[in-house]
Design a protein around this ligand. Structure first.
Ligand SMILES: CCC(=O)NCCS(=O)(=O)O
Length: 349
């Protein structure tokens, strides 16, 4: 039995799982998303250069990745402090910060935010998608990648003594590249050593989540302690969703607050609205998956902060939960989704 057993590891140290309270299992506080910059539509270049004005807010919501300045959440520490204080006031307790190697994780900043606000922050170990892997990372063996991930959890990360409490978000695209497959296998090996929670970013194809689970399973991963993120933009068919749910991972709907007409990373996808997300959650609860569902906003651009007219980190607690209660999801089930399921997932075995 390890010292981590039965505990949750935050950036300020180990805590008892009962201390977490309401938890958003997939957010970012300090990161850069420059790897996903997408050129603006022809003719919109001037707007992209001068984004944070009232008359451009709708444009920014529709084209968040087409404005470089919007991609540096790391520049907004003061606004993030205010966001976290508001999140606590709205009844939030914990945030899982999913920034991994490749998108500018900043552990000292996370520790300071946790100290300043009293929100429990849990940091993520491991690697984001292939295009952010360095040449050195791509050359690493699965064993070396495993050692690196284990060390980020046991000893500290990025030259600090601040330890990660989950592995992920582990990034994969579609098709999954060889480098991403190695990272997935290393994730499973590290998880079987540590008994820790894992969280995965799948590629944008309905077949991606199941393929990832198969790779993790073959490498000895614990699927019952694994979260599949971003299902809101990945699996749309109810039959396919139930088939995937049967594989046993947590099912995360984590793009609450994101409503856009053209999803630039896969134009075939119609990004759902928040109302459609709530409907899918009600469906999963009705089908018996209330112990598997998780929710978050996955904030990763500036325009989603309240400072810039966005919904902020309290949107689910303030706006989505009341809507869930009008759509057949009980308060007891909401508490399972926001408190009990995250607590079970985040507790080391
Ligand atoms: C780093 C943030 C991230 O990967 N978010 C996922 C966005 S999306 O793929 O669901 O559009």
């Amino acid at each position: 039995m390890s010292v981590l057993s039965g505990k949750v590891q935050t950036v300020l140290g180990l805590v008892d799982p009962d201390q977490l309270g309401r938890t958003m299992t997939h957010e970012h506080l300090v990161m850069s998303f420059e790897c996903s910059y997408t050129a603006p539509p022809p003719g919109d270049e001037a707007v992209a250069e001068n984004p944070f004005q009232m008359q451009h807010m709708h444009w920014l919501r529709q084209h968040p990745y087409s404005c470089r300045e919007n991609l540096f959440l790391s520049q907004e520490l003061s606004a993030l402090r205010d966001e976290l204080l508001a999140y606590r006031k709205a009844g939030g307790g914990t945030i899982v910060e999913n920034t991994t190697t490749g998108i500018d994780r900043d552990l000292p900043a996370l520790r300071q935010l946790a100290k300043d606000t009293g929100v429990h922050i849990i940091a993520g170990a491991g690697y984001y998608i292939d295009c952010t892997h360095t040449e050195a990372t791509k050359k690493m063996s699965v064993e070396k990648l495993t050692d690196n991930i284990v060390s980020e959890v046991l000893h500290g990360t990025d030259g600090t003594d601040i330890r990660c409490g989950v592995i992920g978000e582990i990034g994969t695209g579609w098709p999954i590249t060889e480098s991403e497959k190695k990272v997935l296998r290393a994730t499973a090996h590290a998880q079987s050593q540590l008994g820790c929670p894992v969280i995965i970013h799948p590629g944008r194809d309905p077949a991606a989540p199941a393929e990832i689970i198969r790779i993790l399973q073959e490498a000895g991963g614990d699927i019952s302690k694994t979260v599949m993120s971003h299902l809101d933009r990945t699996i749309f068919d109810e039959g396919e969703l139930l088939e995937f749910a049967n594989m046993g991972s947590y099912l995360e709907y984590d793009l609450f607050g994101t409503e856009m007409l053209n999803y630039p990373f896969n134009l075939k996808v119609d990004m759902p609205s928040d109302s459609q997300r709530v409907r899918t959650l009600a469906f999963l609860v009705k089908e018996g998956y209330e112990d598997k569902v998780l929710m978050a906003h996955d904030i990763h651009t500036k325009n989603r902060l309240t400072k810039f007219g966005g919904h902020g980190y309290s949107h689910i607690l303030k706006n989505i939960v009341p809507k869930m209660l009008t759509r057949g999801i009980t308060q007891h089930q909401v508490d399972k989704i926001l408190i009990d399921n995250p607590k079970r997932w985040l507790t080391f075995k």
